[in-house]
Ligand binder design. Sequence first.
Ligand code: ADP
Length: 256
Amino acid sequence: MTKEKATNITWHAGTVTAEERAAIKGHRGAVLWFTGLSASGKSTIACAVEQVLNQRGCHTYVLDGDNIRHGLNKNLGFSPEDREENIRRIGEVAHLFADAGLIVMVAFISPYAKDRQRARELNPPGKFVEIYCNAPLATCETRDQKGLYKKARAGLLKEFTGIDAPYEPPANAELTVDTGRMTVLECVNGIVAYLKKNGIIPRRTRPALESSSLALRSSQSAERSTGRRPRNRPIPGPARAHAGIIPRRRQSKPRS
Ligand code: ADP
């Protein structure tokens, strides 16, 4: 459990509410928390969901376990204590993103139920959506792109979830996606349908998501190579309003 070190600190309340921040985006702020074994598909599905939401004009961000361990959490390992701190920090960060009005996707193994519960409790009801990426261990081992299971089986990697460290599956996740059997597109469609049904994103009339209309990019190839958004992708919806930080002038209202 993290010890509080600072004393004499007082919460300073702002004057703009989370709802007011989210209102200008046309959707609600929310945390979509993807949990599951390594190689169960958390990052793949989270990035694919982000792509669909972005195309619908939603303001999104993906917090990916491996990526965050390159920076914010680079001082943490895989002991039970470090895993708890890993999730505590990212739970707080995710909450801030959602409070800012974004839909934030968290793709972390997050093996312990109590750590996920703590992350959930930071958010108002309905704003934390736990998504269990459920694939059998054997399937995950066959998808082991990074060769981590092989190393763990050979005893070269200690405290690896599913091998010599536990994974506690969620008992009451809002959604379970059967990533062992379903396609990526089926999983994404299920999640987007949930977000619509629960009022997190609007039920906007858009072409149905079909494999032909949704060309899911593989692993954000363009962003990986340049570190930037591809130039030819339009910035959708309200984000345009302050693309140059803030506009010089308010857009004049049409005269009635
Ligand atoms: P994780 O983030 O859970 O470690 P990744 O998304 O990095 O997992 O890797 C999952 C691998 O499984 C990818 O190579 C992905 O293409 C593959 N895969 C196959 N079917 C699915 C599916 N239905 N959902 C997610 N990933 C899938």
